[in-house]
Write a protein that binds this ligand. Structure first.
Ligand code: DGT
Ligand code: MG
Length: 241
């Protein structure tokens, strides 16, 4: 059983199709509970790294270890239940709002569902739905806005006990006011979990323990926000725009 949430990528090289390398010799160590941010231009390979941690694809070279175990030796079900995700493209199923938040936590009480929704700033819009938490979502949440769908995914991550969390543009469709409001909830979500965060808005990654700058599938800089600003390189360029 995985519990610590240490994630190590060792010399990882990967391409979706033969002959086209997308990630080259990536080394990352995330200690349990750390917040690691990936930044870099579109197409740099940020989402691909998280796809590999989830083992959606097999890597070509190197290895990925969780709590010291090669993920090839971890059952997919177990991997799924140890990694919570909030992505730009939301994943909801046809079922009630409550069921969608609860997801893998079938033991979760109604109180826990509400608490998770509050962390995600979703409680108030859910209460305004025709049947509240019992409102049935159409396939993939077609009867909600894109931002509302993301908030439900955040609530689902909040109720999950997964020690590893992936946030890939997790609040990209949420308006700026709600995004400000949700910041504390996001901090609560990341608390005690190893978190990989990808965000174009660099203000949301400043407080990461480690920021990794990717370009064309390679790590070109890494450090804290202050270290990278002092370096005056790519991160500095991205940050000062
Ligand atoms: P973003 O989200 O636009 O900021 O960009 P990243 O950094 O998340 O980029 P990523 O990892 O989605 O894509 C890296 C490269 O891999 C890019 O050249 C597109 C390619 N790629 C991504 N997903 C797939 C896929 O499913 N199949 C193939 N063949 N290529 C893909
Ligand atoms: Mg991406």
């Amino acid at each position: 059983r995985l519990i610590k949430g240490e994630v190590v990528l060792k010399n990882v090289t990967f391409g979706y199709v033969p002959g086209k390398v997308v990630l080259k010799n990536i080394n990352v160590t995330a200690k349990p509970g750390q917040k690691i941010a990936f930044v870099g231009s579109t197409g740099a390979g940020k989402t691909t790294i998280t796809n590999l941690i989830n083992r959606f694809y097999e890597i070509d070279e190197g290895e990925i270890l969780i709590d010291g175990i090669n993920i090839k030796n971890i059952k997919k079900d177990s991997l799924r239940s140890n990694i919570a995700m909030v992505l730009q493209d939301t994943h909801l199923f046809s079922g009630t709002v409550r069921e969608n938040i609860r997801y893998g936590r079938l033991d979760a009480t109604d109180e826990e569902v509400i608490e998770a929704a509050k962390i995600a700033c979703a409680h108030s819009f859910i209460e305004r739905l025709p049947q509240g938490y019992d409102t049935v979502l159409e396939g993939d949440g077609a009867n909600l806005s894109q931002g509302e769908r993301q908030l439900l995914n955040i609530a689902r991550a909040a109720i999950s006990k997964a020690p590893i969390l992936i946030l890939d543009e997790a609040t990209s469709s949420v308006d700026t006011r709600t995004e400000k409001y949700i910041e504390r909830g996001m901090d609560q979500l990341m608390k005690n979990r190893t978190t990989f965060v990808i965000a174009h808005r660099l203000s949301t990654v400043r407080n990461a323990d480690l920021i990794i700058v990717l370009e064309h599938g390679e790590i070109i800089e890494q450090g804290t926000h202050e270290e990278l600003l002092a370096l005056g390189g790519r991160y500095y360029q991205l940050y000062t725009g």
